[in-house]
Design a protein around this ligand. Structure first.
Ligand code: AMP
Ligand code: GLY
Length: 423
């Protein structure tokens, strides 16, 4: 079978690595991919749904795996199902309506409330209802959580300590389009205090396979300080996600989500990423994503011992219950190497050295490209993810940091405290 994977980051590198291991594939294409992904498949440059569709027709692609959320929210899955030939392709990723679970915070909160899925209480406001929004803020306690309704490249959530700041930001989002059209609606919600974790399933709309959970480190600075980023590192498994907690996650969160989707006639096939807050042992959903996490995927897929393509191939016929997932018991740790300055402005084009010196580590490219001299250079904020397996968190982390010592590029930055809070 021929497969096409869409994306170019660390998450897609991790997906590409496990897809490439499958015995079920003949040709494996990645668009656009990155220099590090060339070891897994053939990188091709395709622009827009029409080009992707034509490529699939011309290359007998039987499976399309969509890494990032944007094409899903934009309806790539619908584009395929509405075409007489492309509808035969298995698309791993939900249709545009189902992708609203990530594409609209208001949609996802309404869905959670309708389906009795534990989440923070909230209300949604527009420019016409700013006064009511301010009124609602006064009924809440600090800190205040304001979320742009739409996709805002991971930047649309503000957590504010004072009522005044919250009111000012609410106005900025609604009146001044602080996050563009994404903040034409704003969700204000109750602050949940607890510890976060990420839980992932692959679903065919009826059955699901539970993947390993992970913890992500979102802030740029050590000790979880400073600006939010896409994620600076991850650990899997997560010690506090014990059997009792995971049982509640399955019953109160995953089952209710899958049942709710079915009941509401929302056909979902693909990954669901549950961003959870563990509040005194009770899981609350902070957000849904309609894709895998990054840098969670790097750790999660490093622990997968069964064939992911076999799972994908059961999705279209809703036979995922036949898949026997095998997870290894090792601990995976991932540390992201970033361009100095990220998540604010940073320089690109820095030559990366030492990639050939790593031992017992996976290095996933996240933001790299090849320059005219065929050198690997930085091309993004998050540049490389280094993932290692160990018998426990400490040994996995030690291996990560030993390997990182061999990698250099100008202004390289990474957090030295990934996973320390879990030891
Ligand atoms: P989101 O994009 O919805 O995942 O939000 C980004 C981050 O903001 C989350 O990872 C949390 O750290 C934080 N956050 C979002 N909603 C809440 C909430 N209701 N209470 C506490 N923290 C939150
Ligand atoms: N690491 C969080 C995310 O992928 O959204």
């Amino acid at each position: 079978m021929n497969i096409l994977l869409l994306g170019s980051g660390g998450r897609e590198s991790a997906l590409a690595r496990v897809i490439a291991k499958s015995n079920l594939i003949d040709r494996f294409f990645i668009s656009p991919g990155n220099p590090g992904m060339k070891q897994y498949g053939e990188c091709v440059s395709l622009d827009g749904f029409a080009q992707i569709g034509d490529f699939c027709k011309n290359n007998e692609i039987k499976m399309l795996v969509v890494g990032p959320e944007q094409p899903l929210v934009d309806g790539i899955s619908d584009y395929f199902s509405n075409d007489n030939i492309l509808k035969e392709v298995t698309v791993i990723g939900p249709d545009g309506r189902a992708a609203q679970l990530e594409g609209s915070k208001d949609f996802s909160k309404e869905f959670m409330f309708r389906n009795n899925i534990p989440t923070a209480k909230y209300k949604t406001f527009t420019a016409q209802t700013i006064a009511e929004g301010k009124q609602f803020l006064r009924t809440l306690k600090a800190p205040y959580v304001l979320k742009a309704d739409g996709l805002a490249a991971g930047k649309g959530v503000l957590i504010l300590n004072s009522l005044e700041e919250a009111e000012t930001e609410l106005e900025d989002m609604l009146n001044n389009e602080k996050f563009g059209a994404a903040s034409s609606k704003v969700v204000i919600e109750e602050y949940l205090s607890g510890i976060e974790c990420s839980v992932f399933v692959l679903t065919d709309g009826k059955n699901y396979v539970l993947l390993p959970e992970a913890k992500d480190y979102k802030r740029i600075g050590e000790g979880d300080t400073g600006l939010n980023t896409g994620g600076m590192g991850s650990i899997s498994p997560v010690p506090f996600c014990d059997e009792a907690f995971m049982q509640k996650v399955r019953t109160n969160v995953i089952d209710r989500t899958i049942n709710g989707l079915q009941r509401e006639g929302i056909h979902y096939q693909g990954f669901i990423f549950f961003g959870l807050m563990n509040v005194y042992g009770e899981p609350y959903v902070i957000e849904y994503n309609v894709r895998m996490g990054d840098p969670e995927s790097e750790s999660v897929f490093a622990r997968l011992d069964s064939d992911i393509v076999e799972a994908f191939s059961l999705v279209k016929q809703q036979r995922l219950d036949e898949y026997k997932i095998r997870i290894n018991k090792m601990t995976a740790a991932t540390v992201m190497l970033c361009s100095g300055g990220y998540p604010e402005s940073y320089e690109k084009g820095k030559v990366i050295n030492g990639l050939d010196k790593l031992t017992d580590a996976i290095v996933y490219h996240a933001g790299t490209k090849e320059n005219d001299n065929k050198e690997i250079v930085t091309s993004g904020g998050r540049v490389l993810a280094v993932t290692c397996l160990g018998d426990n968190i400490t040994s996995a982390l030690n291996k990560c940091y030993e390997n990182i010592d061999k990698i250099t590029f100008d202004k390289m930055y990474y957090r030295k405290d990934i996973g320390k809070d879990l030891i």
